[in-house]
Design a protein around this ligand. Structure first.
Ligand code: NDP
Length: 305
C-alpha cells in the first residue's frame, strides 16, 4: 500500500518556523558550497518561457546526500496575475536511500519562507552587526516573509516600505508596523539592510541612494535579462551569490552589469571567504533547489517524526 502524502500549505504553515528553518538553511548553504557535484548534486534549472502571458516555469531538481533526499520543485511565475498570486509551486520529495516517493507538497509557502531564510542568513554574515533600519522595496509575498525572517534575527528600530503602488506599501506597512514611503530614495535613506523583492524588469535601486556599508538582499529579477539594481551599484559593491555558475547564467543583475562575484554565501559560512561588513554588500539571490529540498524535508520530519 502506498504511504504517499500530499502536504498542504496549511499543514506547512503549522509546522515550519523560522527558528528551525534559518539554521537548516545556513547548514544547507555551507554543505552546498563544500559538497557540490558529489554530496550535493543540483543540475541547472530548466526555464520554460511563456512569452504570450509574460510568464515562465522553472524545473528545479537536486540530490542532497546529507539530507538523504532527491527533490524537484516546479514553480510558475506570472507577474501580471491580478486575481490570483503571481507564483505557484509544488515540491516532489523522494527518499534517496531507496528511491521511494515520500511526499508531494505545496511549494508556495516553502518558497516564501526559504527565500527569506536565505536572505536572513546572508544578512547575518554580510550585513552590519547591529542594523537599525530595514528598507523593503516591494510589498508582496516575499516582502512579508522577509520582514518575518529578518526580524527573527534582528531588532530593527525602523522599517520602511516602498512599492510601485502606494496602496500596496500602505497595506503592508499597516500589517507590520512600518512606514510607507513614496519613493525608493526615501525608503532606503539611512537603511542598514535593504531587501529588493519586486517583479521589476528594469533597475529600481540606484547606487547614490544607498548608505555606504549597507547590505542589500536582491531577490527579484530571477531571469538573465531582468534587473532590479542599478549596474553602478552592482559594480561598486561586494557581490555574493548562492552558486557562482548559476548566477553567471541566470542573473540579469550580474550578466548585464558585468559585476564581479566575490564569493558564494556558503564559502563565507564555511569561513573560506570574508564577509567584508565594512563595504556595501549585495547578496544576489536566485533560489536553489537544495533550499527547497531541505525545507521540504524539515516539514516532512516535523509532521511524521
Ligand atoms: P508578488 O507578486 O507577491 O509581489 C510583487 C511585488 O513587485 C509587488 O510589491 C508589486 O508592486 C511589485 N511589482 C510588480 N511589478 C513591478 C514592476 N514592474 N516594477 C516595480 N515593482 C513591481 O511577488 P513575490 O513577493 O512572490 O516575489 C517578488 C520577487 O521575488 C519576484 O521577482 C519573484 O520572482 C522573486 N522571487 C525570488 C526568489 C528567489 O529565490 N530569489 C523566490 C521567489 C520569488 P505593487 O503591488 O505595488 O504593484
Amino acid at each position: 500500500m502506498s504511504s504517499l502524502r500530499f502536504i498542504s500549505a496549511e499543514e506547512i504553515s503549522g509546522v515550519l518556523k523560522y527558528d528551525d528553518l534559518i539554521p537548516t538553511i545556513e547548514m544547507a548553504l555551507k554543505d552546498y558550497s563544500e559538497g557540490k557535484g558529489s554530496k550535493m548534486v543540483q543540475p541547472d534549472k530548466t526555464l520554460i518561457d511563456v512569452e504570450e502571458h509574460n510568464g515562465f516555469c522553472l524545473v528545479m531538481p537536486c540530490y542532497s546526500q546529507p539530507n538523504q533526499i532527491i527533490a524537484t520543485k516546479l514553480v510558475t511565475v506570472f507577474p501580471d496575475n491580478v486575481e490570483i498570486p503571481s507564483h505557484d509551486a509544488a515540491i516532489v520529495l523522494f527518499d534517496s536511500t531507496n528511491g521511494k516517493l515520500i511526499s508531494i507538497m505545496d511549494g508556495v509557502y516553502i518558497t516564501a519562507m526559504r527565500t527569506a531564510a536565505v536572505s536572513a542568513v546572508a544578512t547575518k554574515f554580510l550585513g552590519p552587526l547591529q542594523p537599525e533600519t530595514l528598507a523593503i522595496l516591494g510589498a508582496g509575498v516575499q516582502a512579508k516573509s522577509h520582514y518575518k525572517a529578518l526580524t527573527t534575527l534582528f531588532s530593527f528600530k525602523k522599517v520602511k516600505v516602498w512599492s510601485r503602488k502606494r496602496s500596496s506599501a500602505e497595506k503592508l506597512s499597516s500589517e507590520i508596523n512600518a512606514e510607507a514611503c513614496d519613493t525608493v530614495e526615501e525608503a532606503v535613506l539611512d537603511a542598514d539592510v535593504i531587501v529588493t523583492v519586486t517583479s521589476a524588469m528594469e533597475p529600481i535601486l540606484k547606487a547614490e541612494w544607498v548608505k555606504k556599508g549597507a547590505h542589500i538582499n536582491a531577490v527579484g529579477a530571477c531571469k538573465p535579462n531582468w534587473q532590479e539594481l542599478d549596474p553602478v551599484l552592482m559594480q561598486s559593491s561586494r557581490v555574493y551569490v548562492e552558486d557562482i555558475d548559476m548566477a553567471k547564467k541566470g542573473s540579469g543583475d550580474i550578466i548585464l552589469s558585468k559585476a564581479e562575484i566575490y564569493a558564494e554565501i556558503g564559502e563565507v559560512i564555511q569561513g573560506t571567504k570574508d564577509g567584508l561588513r565594512c563595504q556595501t554588500t549585495v547578496f544576489k539571490s536566485l533560489g536553489m533547489a537544495i533550499e527547497d529540498s531541505v525545507s521540504a524535508k524539515l516539514v516532512y520530519q516535523k509532521i511524521f517524526n
